[in-house]
Ligand binder design. Structure first.
Ligand code: IVH
Length: 683
């Protein structure tokens, strides 16, 4: 994690910088066209989504600033960016595109313009996910699927009937003998993408960069791959003049999957505020939908509004795409670290130049396994594609081979386990240290028994080492099975010390849940985060039941940390169950008076929070961060000084609050002292 937040490319045409010369504008058109060609063909991406959107925004900005330069066939005004696409199935009506917006302002401007065109308020809006797949038109005659075509250039597309025969959600036969054309998106779910990638790699082919490329590649493949594809409809032609939402309901009745049945659902909204909230809900839940969504689509629901609004040559006026930040971005691979997990699994991890992906700053990502790293041929120094999807840790899906330095060295995998020097078992794709759990046992047991965690006195390094060597313990839960008779034969163990140690171990069972969590060493959490998690959930069961979305309700847990914690808890669940079965407490006392060693710096003796006022500026902390720090340190922040205030932090520029503190005899601390306290208490 880092504080450095690189700026997302500017994708909003209102804010983008125009190109300075006609030549630069023309070159950018060529670049956009070539990138679109690669994108629609499902090949290797030339630009990541964010850079492509930024390029298009600059083209639009240039055309607004210099209307004379505008090329008739500019990618901004033609469907599919005007690329050459093969296809001889002429669509019954052109398959248009959607205009994009990127902000609440953009949404309000669009709706105001639409209402101006209509001459009255929009009767009702719908909000649905924008599926990141490929548009197709499926023609049904008397209920039978007769043809499926890609969008192509919008006017005519390719016949992909054969390739779509196994697409989930696009039935061969409808439940009624109707003749309609269903339009929607063919895509690959995140789960199917994993399966398809494995299958493809097993056939010696390079993996696809992301589910979208996988869907595109599979859909257009001449050889019909047996790859799992899915479909969600978002429109139909040939239906009566129904509201959009009613049309989707009907498609569902016919047996077609629609965006309304997707896990993101369809929201009906009477106001723009409600629309904005619904867009936000899709955006927040995006990581756990199970399929790629690159935005939300807002539409006027009523048929009357839609027909009155009409369309331009490129896009309808009754609908708009609210684009989310790209979930695949490119960045530089700074290094490859080798991590050894708790069970001895050895994984390559990418260290990245910080990049915003899906609205989150990503600094490291998984490279899965060494076999995958070789197949993807990723090297330090490469520009790599980073993807965040599903409830998972960011991953590297490939490198931009054309940008690689000629002398970029291949990565050399480790010869021996980097943690214990043991041998590596390479029989499976996931390499393991042959010492298995014992490889990390010393590290994890030391951590578990340490003072901030379970605080088991008398269990020093030497004894732990002998316990591990005697194969009496491999994980923390094994400690609770130890008895005096087992310990006495160990070096330096007498009856008394063995009895004391067993007592100390047994007593630790009563430790509060946050200490158990601290002891487990969940990555991206430390003492204070463990405390916050334990306080928030109260019981280990509730914590284990939380997914990444729910984990984000905990203060200080953003998407990246939430995904990591969720993944870690899945891995730790068996150990947690073993600890619980051994009788270790798995609850956090709600109002317990905590013993002093366990108290936070801004907690009173009885464990209750001190009331703290921060006034003036604290070096290195914003006002919000100052207040957050107070809470992290166990205090309660308040805005005004009174007799009830326990502490006032006085920073530069402090005003009357500092004087009042002195007047009332309230304890005062300088901002520097406070900053030190914060730094010392952070893990
Ligand atoms: S409505 C007249 N709804 O996004 C065009 N499109 O960028 C009506 N897409 O061409 C399109 N999810 O391929 C619509 N829920 C959704 C969509 C959606 C994905 C795609 C579609 C469209 C493109 C526009």
């Amino acid at each position: 994690m880092t504080d450095r937040k690189p700026v997302e490319p500017v994708v909003d045409a209102q804010l983008a910088e125009p190109f300075p010369t006609p030549a630069a504008y023309a070159a950018a058109i060529e670049q956009a066209r070539a990138a679109a060609q690669a994108y629609f063909a499902g090949g290797e991406l030339m630009l990541d989504d964010g850079d492509y959107d930024a390029l298009m925004a600059r083209l639009s900005a240039t055309e607004r600033a210099e209307p004379d330069w505008k090329a008739d066939d500019s990618p901004t005004s033609v469907v599919a960016a005007g690329m050459a696409v093969a296809g001889d199935v002429v669509h019954s009506e052109p398959m248009l595109s959607l205009d994009n917006i990127f902000s609440e302002d953009g949404l309000r401007t669009w709706s105001t313009r639409l209402e101006r065109i209509l001459g009255h308020p929009v009767e009702r809006y719908t909000v649905e996910p924008k599926i990141d797949g490929l548009a197709i038109a499926a023609t049904y005659a008397d209920g039978e699927l007769v043809r499926v075509a890609t969008r192509g250039d919008g006017r005519a597309g390719e016949d992909v009937t054969a390739q779509t025969r196994l697409v989930a959600g696009l039935p061969k036969k409808l439940s009624e003998p109707v003749s309609i054309e269903v339009r929607g998106e063919v895509f690959m779910t995140d789960a199917d993408f994993e399966v398809a990638t494995e299958r493809r790699v097993a056939h010696g082919e390079p993996p696809f960069a992301n589910p979208r490329s996988a869907a595109a590649g599979s859909l257009r493949a001449q050889r019909v791959y047996d790859v799992p594809l899915s479909f969600f409809a978002y429109a139909a032609h040939g239906l009566p003049d129904w509201a959009h939402s009613d049309g989707l309901d009907y498609l569902h009745k016919l047996g077609v999957s629609t965006v309304a049945q997707s896990s993101a659902g369809l929201a009906l909204c009477d106001t723009v505020d409600a629309v904005y909230a619904a867009v936000g809900r899709i955006g927040t839940g995006r990581a756990s939908l199970g399929f790629g969504v690159d935005g939300a689509v807002i539409k006027a629901d009523s048929a009357a509004d839609r027909s009155a609004a009409g369309a331009s040559s490129k896009a309808p006026r009754w609908g708009i795409a609210y684009k989310f930040p790209a979930d695949t971005r490119t960045t530089k691979l700074l290094g490859i670290e080798v991590q050894v997990g708790r069970t001895g699994v050895i994984t390559p991890v990418a260290v990245l130049e910080p990049v915003q992906v899906g609205g989150v700053t990503v600094t490291s990502a998984t490279l899965h396994n060494f076999a995958d790293l070789v197949v993807r041929d990723v090297r330090v120094g490469d520009t790599v594609f980073v993807r965040r999807a599903g409830d998972v840790i960011p991953e590297i899906t490939g490198a931009k081979l054309d940008e690689r330095a000629a002398d970029a060295p291949e990565f050399t995998p480790p010869e021996t386990c980097p943690r214990c020097g043991g041998e590596i078992d390479r029989a499976q794709k996931r390499w393991r240290c042959t010492n298995g759990r014992a490889c990390g046992a010393m590290e994890s047991l030391t951590y578990f028994t340490s003072r901030p965690a379970m605080d088991i006195e008398g269990l020093g390094g030497k004894i732990l080492q002998s316990l591990i060597a005697a194969e009496l313990v491999t994980d923390p839960a094994d400690l609770y099975a130890l008895d005096v008779a087992t310990l006495i034969p160990l070096d330096r163990m007498g009856q008394v010390s063995a009895t004391n140690l067993v007592t100390a171990i047994q007593n630790s069972k009563a430790q509060p849940m946050h200490r158990v969590l601290t002891g487990l060493g969940v990555r991206m959490t430390g003492r204070s985060m463990s405390r916050r998690l334990a306080r928030h959930f109260g019981t280990m069961d509730d914590l284990l039941a939380a997914d990444a979305a729910i984990l984000q309700h905990v203060e200080g847990v953003g998407p990246e940390r939430a995904a990591m914690i969720a993944a870690e808890l899945v891995e730790l669940a068996p150990l947690i169950r073993k600890l619980a079965a051994a009788g270790v407490n798995m609850t956090e006392p709600r109002t317990a008076v905590t013993p002093s060693a366990d108290r936070l710096p801004l907690q009173k003796d009885d464990g209750s929070p001190m009331t703290v006022v921060v006034t003036g500026s604290v070096p290195g902390l914003s006002r919000t961060e100052g207040n957050e720090a107070v809470e992290r340190l166990g205090g309660k922040s308040s805005g005004s000084v009174s007799k009830k205030t326990d502490l006032v932090v006085v920073g530069e520029g402090a005003g009357s609050k500092a004087d009042k503190a002195v007047e009332l005899g309230v304890r005062v601390m300088t901002a520097e002292e406070f900053a030190e306290l914060v730094a010392a208490a952070e893990d």
